[in-house]
Ligand binder design. Structure first.
Ligand code: AMP
Ligand code: MG
Length: 275
């Protein structure tokens, strides 16, 4: 099959940086570019290999980093994306940072303190499994901070991400968008399948009751924090394979555009003899 252009996928998923994003216009069951599931699987496999090659050059070059932010409601597939898109990438070059409930120490600092510490250094790909966006999502929905403090965070986050992008870190953000029905299916599967019991958290059912409030908070975050330097991509995620394939295309295209170069060693192979 002919693969969709990475740039076309990236453009199609883009939440417009003018604040015009509407969740109602985004269909979590949409199947852009990959009508056929086996095409998606083949594309994903190819891209995972290419991402590994590009990561190797990124590591050798040590000039720039890629930060991939994954956000989505429980069961949206953050873990599945990490497992598949970076399946072929050597563990040396990828750092996954999960963000759970802040510790006392983290709460004693500003909310970006724990985030900045795990931004990937030059040469690395960093993947955020949840992120600083929780501070305008769960924190907003559950009133864990004063409303006016949360309100100021959108601009603060934009400034933070701009700072990163001006300092060698390319920022890619994916909202994994699933429907309420699909979440019900996936939560039920966690109850029914013993191999998935470890993923079940009774708290997820409490969070599900706040579905509408979460969706509103996501919409606001995507309206206010999709910027030219750190755009949001809205990924229809009811189909897991297609979700993974779409994200892999965008990650690959982004790495290609970063065009990491192996450094020139400052010597020639002819300078040495190994006997
Ligand atoms: P999981 O990703 O399933 O391990 O769950 C992590 C939990 O930590 C989720 O319920 C998040 O909403 C929660 N969490 C992450 N960041 C924050 C935060 N800044 N404040 C409060 N809860 C958070
Ligand atoms: Mg969970």
């Amino acid at each position: 099959m002919t693969r969709p252009d990475c740039a076309d996928v990236a453009a199609a998923l883009l939440a417009p940086p003018d604040g015009g994003f509407r969740l109602a216009d985004a269909d979590p069951g949409a199947r852009p570019f990959f009508a056929d599931k086996s095409d998606a699987a083949a594309s994903l496999k190819d891209d995972a290999k290419a991402i590994d090659r590009l990561q190797n050059a990124l590591y050798a070059e040590r000039e720039q980093a890629l930060l991939v932010v994954l956000q989505g409601i429980d069961t949206a597939g953050k873990g599945g994306v990490i497992r598949t898109v970076f399946n072929d990438t050597g563990p040396r070059g990828v750092r996954v940072a999960p963000f759970g409930k802040p510790t006392d120490l983290e709460l004693a600092h500003d909310y970006l303190w724990r985030v900045h510490q795990v931004v990937p250094p030059k040469g690395f790909i960093g993947v955020f499994d949840r992120s600083h966006y929780e501070d305008v999502l769960v924190v907003k929905v559950r009133n864990l901070a004063p409303a006016d403090a949360v309100e100021r965070r959108y601009d603060q986050i934009n400034a933070f991400e701009r700072h990163l992008s001006e300092n060698g870190v390319t920022v890619l953000k994916f909202f994994l968008h699933i429907s309420r029905d699909e979440q019900a299916k996936r939560l039920r599967a966690r109850l029914e399948n013993p191999d998935k019991h470890w993923k079940f958290n009774p708290g997820d059912i409490e969070e599900r009751k706040l579905w509408d409030a979460y969706m509103e908070a996501y919409e606001t975050a995507l309206q206010r924090c999709s910027t030219p330097w750190a755009p949001w991509r809205v990924t229809p995620s009811d189909s897991k394979t297609r979700r993974n394939a779409l994200i892999a295309r965008v990650v690959r295209g982004t790495l290609e555009n970063m065009s990491p170069r192996y450094p020139s060693p400052g010597w020639s192979p002819d300078d040495y003899v190994i006997d």
